[in-house]
Design a protein around this ligand. Structure first.
Ligand SMILES: [Zn+2]
Length: 315
């Protein structure tokens, strides 16, 4: 697909959103369908027979009398917000091209800052889970990056202190155009870490192109081929065509994160990275972003309160 086909594809407008998911009844019906596509299944006994306790929005199993709700066990668990606000937030975050800060979400959805921050983190967590299920394949450019430290926005260079290491990977097609990308925080650039990462995020049989950093040979543990290109370091190394796309993507994501968020805590970096990869990987699918997102959301476990009390990120 050419660039203008991405830009001019049929999207999904706010008017369509309000038309499809403007009322609680519409949202409830939609969520039911995404949670139980084959009809209700009791999480306790597997029975399909149920009745609805309307007053408490609870579904009760006719066999074992277990009670469950649409949101229990999902990322929406124990929410006090109407589903329509959630759907609006999901729409705004997934459709935003450069990222939407919690402050902006607070204004556009009409909730408190802390509520917006919590929703934003949960939405990004779903994006991360969605992308974690999609390993890259084919020809993959791989690079090591650091985030934070003295230079906000991250920098290149290895062994930097107080910085968060992450791997950036971009799959390209035979014409050399980028297909999908993946950015994941790792504990360090060690063989065991890269092996663990590769087994989760790469399809066996892929060909990985990296520079000479020794740990990258661990992609062979995931049955991938490895081509190592010695760059010699220095400013020339980043312009090598073998790494052109991964370097472009790293630059884009760093600019987008620093442009949208004043500062972010490195504990949350995996989710901010996932936000940009998720959107990029679905750039041809703007029309059905919401149903696809919701399908993953009802399969994403609740986020611990501990994580959500860390609203120190500003933005
Ligand atoms: Zn049951």
């Amino acid at each position: 697909m050419k660039k203008n086909q991405i830009q001019f594809q049929r999207g999904y407008s706010l008017l369509e959103l309000f038309n499809d998911y403007g009322s609680e009844e519409q949202c409830t019906q939609a969520l039911f369908k995404w949670k139980w596509p084959e009809g209700f299944i009791c999480p306790e006994c597997g029975s399909q027979s149920f009745c609805t306790l309307k007053s408490r929005k609870v579904y009760q199993c006719n066999h074992c009398h277990h009670q469950t709700s649409l949101t229990s066990g999902t990322i929406f668990a124990s929410t006090k917000l109407p589903l329509s606000r959630w759907f609006l937030s999901i729409h705004l975050v997934t459709q935003s091209k450069t990222g939407l800060s919690a402050l902006e979400l607070k204004r556009q959805v009409g909730v408190s800052y802390n509520t917006a921050w919590g929703m934003k983190q949960k939405i990004m967590q779903v994006m991360k889970e969605g992308d974690d299920r999609k390993p890259l394949s084919g020809i993959i450019q791989l690079d090591d990056v650091y985030w934070g430290g003295e230079l906000q926005g991250g920098s290149r260079g290895r062994g930097s202190k107080n910085k968060t290491p992450f791997v950036a990977a971009v799959s390209i097609n035979e014409e050399g155009h980028p297909i999908a990308m993946n950015m994941n925080v790792v504990k360090g650039f060690r063989l065991t870490e890269i092996s663990r990462w590769a087994n989760q995020h790469l399809e066996p049989g892929s060909t990985v192109v990296s520079d000479g950093l020794a740990c990258f040979s661990a992609v062979k543990d995931a049955n991938c081929n490895h081509v190592s290109i010695i760059t010699g370091g220095g400013p020339q190394s980043v312009t090598k065509t073998e790494f052109a796309w991964v370097n472009t993507m790293i630059g884009n994501v760093k600019n987008a994160i620093t442009g949208t968020y004043h500062s972010i805590n490195s504990n949350h970096l995996p989710r901010y990275l996932a936000e940009f990869c998720y959107r990029y990987n679905r750039r041809f699918q703007l029309k059905d972003l919401l149903p696809r997102f919701a399908y993953v959301a009802v399969r994403t476990p609740p986020m611990p309160l501990r994580l959500l009390s860390m609203a120190e990120d500003y933005g």
